[in-house]
Design a protein around this ligand. Sequence first.
Ligand code: PA5
Length: 378
Amino acid sequence: MIHAEPKKYMGVGQVTLAQIAEWKQIDSQDMFGAIQTMPMQLQQGYELALGARQEIAELLGGSLPRAVVVCGMGGSGVAGDLVSAMLDLEIPVIPVKGYELPAWVNREDVVVCVSYSGNTSETIACFTEASDRSRVVAVISTGGKLSELAAAASVPTVQIPSGYQPRAACGILTGALCGVLESAEVVSSAADAIRGAVNGAARSVNDVIEVDDVSTCHAFELAKGLQGRCSLVYGTGITAPVAARWKAQLNENAKVPAFANEYPELNHNELVGWELAGTVGGPWGLIELLPSDCREGIERRVEVTGSLIENSVDWHRGVRAFNPSGGEPVASDYSRAHQVFELLVLGDYVSVLLAYLNQVDPTPVERIHLLKDKLGAL
Ligand code: PA5
């Protein structure tokens, strides 16, 4: 087997916007620019979903379901992971990533199907199953087969704009899901959370686009740290789904293996796995995403874990979310959503800058399309 020569390490010195512009030539569909639209997307998705408020409310007939199941895969499914971290929910919102609904789902529950293309077979299978034994209360999509099925079954569809990669439409998809949940009265209002998410996303966008020397921005420092290393991203509480998003973005944009885990669970297994880490692979790069304030037990776990694994990890950074309340511990959905989208957008930039450092185009996900082609309608 012939192995390609490793790409030359780039960008150790000053990295100006001109340098980034040159690297961006590799970015065929401007994934870098798409990140900048995230604040606008959140608001747009939310407003689009509120347009379907009456239809959704009518379907529910004034009763609160037992649970909401959000079906979606990959870049679309992430919205289902994020909403529980962002919103003060009245009932459980459970993400489902696969062909089947859990056995407990019945007509006491409602299902929301999210697929950017509308042609994802797993999500279509869940729609069909939910139509038989539960209630589909909304579809979020640009079109495709899923929208056709929804129209035939008189299920409200939040029609979102096409033209993005699904993962680059995370703001619209998440904003729309927040709007659907508000319309279903699963949250009294998602407006504060959307405002927080918009501001959090804008904070990370500004950190990148307002500097003349990109090597001074946090995202670039983190991308450089991960370059040439096997990436691990840890989160806890509201940052756990963000760590999973970082992992997926590093996979799809930077084309590298990456893994996510969360505190405190990782203390009960992965901590031990670090013992022989050096013998099975690496070098290892670890980023820990922390909320602006975590309970004392978590703070201590992060500290002690760091000291136990320091000899196994080759590069390690902790990233703490900004506290928008100016230092006071806050649990409001404004603050939580702010932190979630601030860290999420930072990760999006890290993954695209790492793609540039790796000299790969962030947009194409050829292997996903190849797999889908080979599977056909399966
Ligand atoms: O990023 C991607 O392109 C994928 O993760 C897709 O989101 C995933 O394959 C599901 O497709 P869709 O979002 O169209 O339902």
